[in-house]
Design a protein around this ligand. Structure first.
Ligand code: UGA
Length: 356
């Protein structure tokens, strides 16, 4: 809880995680100054006491410096994090995730403000087993990704999928160096596949292109289409609820001493599934919640067909969360079944009428 009068700057407040974080910060008594390019996901907090919304673009000169000045601590979430764009619009991906985020780091250092920066689990890249050609199966603890010991393994430059992970990794390295060399007070969050209400758009309804896997499957379910499994759906992901991720973030904010100079994995190691299993779970949840029979078909598509040239994939990533447990007293609470029901339920409610 805020002691009173503490003001938090949230950059990218209008994104999926930002929109949940602002609500929680206001509930906890913080004042919030938030910036984004759009307020579309902020209807539930606009007008609330203590929230100041600034419409703007982190790409504009002077914006970072001006926003950082407004608060006591800065939470930086502004990002372009849609995998279908990493290989198709790599320069934009690098600019938004590195070039336009860099002034925030510098401004925090110059103004002596604390920075909580949202990076990504994608910085880990491929798992060691995946690189060695293994199928990534089994639950050996060696598969867990740890903040301070796991190598970051990205593919070659012509596989432009890694433009995002590389940009995010470079910014982490700048932040780390600013911390160790210039006294920047920072914490870095590496979220692992956060899902929940208000995540991505549904193509053809409120956006165009390919969203992440959960909304892609939702689109197929709501419009009676086949669910597409990229390269057979053998890749694995560990999904965490946005509520759990926001809780970890607030704990980082509150425990400044323990969390400064630290990187935290924020994910749920108990919620690991293959994409084929995810499709099955979502089909079941959709049928249970709507009483409608889904087009319960899945089909395999090649990555090149689905994403275009230069796409590559992370075979598997499971977070080691022992650091967050030890330093923040945090453990995610939402099991996979509940999380999928919540997320599917939200999409059905929100888009149900639009999908007929
Ligand atoms: C995501 C994004 O990079 C970021 O949002 C973020 O930094 C991070 O990971 C995260 O969410 O924490 P990724 O997990 O690859 O990357 O995102 P998805 O688009 O959700 O893909 C997950 C898996 O599903 C991939 O193997 C993909 O090939 C597959 N997929 C996707 C399908 O099988 N079918 C689809 O319709 C869409």
């Amino acid at each position: 809880m805020a002691d009173g009068g503490e003001k938090i700057v949230v950059l990218g407040c209008g994104g999926f995680i930002g929109s949940h974080l602002v609500e929680r910060l206001l509930d906890d008594g913080y004042e919030v100054a938030g910036m984004d390019r759009t307020r579309a996901k902020l209807g539930h907090v606009l007008g609330r006491k203590g929230f100041e919304y600034v419409e703007g673009d982190m790409a504009d000169a002077g914006t970072a410096e001006e926003m950082v000045e407004r608060g006591d601590a800065v939470i930086s979430l502004a990002a372009l994090c849609n995998p279908s764009l990493y290989n198709t619009r790599p320069l934009e991906v690098i600019d938004i995730n590195f070039t336009h985020a860099l002034p925030v780091v510098r401004a925090c250092r110059e103004q002596g403000k604390r920075l909580i920066h949202f990076s990504t689990c994608e910085v880990y890249g491929k798992s060691k087993e995946g690189l060695a050609g293994g199928d990534g199966g089994g639950v050996a603890t060696g598969a867990l990704m740890s903040e301070e010991s796991t190598p970051l393994i990205l593919g070659p430059v012509n596989m432009q999928r890694w433009s995002y992970a590389c940009a995010k990794q470079l910014l982490e390295r700048v932040i780390y160096a600013e911390g160790s060399g210039n006294g920047l007070r920072y914490s870095i969050v590496r979220p692992f596949n956060v899902i929940g209400a208000r995540m991505d758009f549904i193509p053809g309804v409120d956006g165009e292109g390919t969203p992440r896997v959960v909304p892609s499957f939702m689109k197929a379910l709501m419009f009676g289409e086949t669910l597409k499994l990229v390269d057979g759906g053998t890749s694995r992901r560990s999904f965490v609820s946005v509520g759990d991720a926001v809780d970890a973030t607030v704990r980082i904010l509150e425990r400044a001493e323990a969390s400064t100079g630290r990187i935290f994995n924020v994910g749920n190691p108990d919620n690991e599934v293959t994409m084929a299993e995810l499709a099955r779970l979502m089909i079941n949840s959709y049928e249970k919640q709507t009483g409608r029979e889904a087009v319960a078909r899945t089909e395999t598509v090649s990555a090149a067909e689905f994403y275009g040239e230069g796409y590559d994939d992370c075979d598997r990533r499971v977070p080691d969360i022992s650091l967050a447990e030890e330093l923040l007293g945090w453990r995610p609470k939402t099991p996979l079944g509940e999380l999928i029901d919540e997320t599917v339920g939200w999409y059905v409610k929100e888009y149900g009428e639009k999908s007929g």
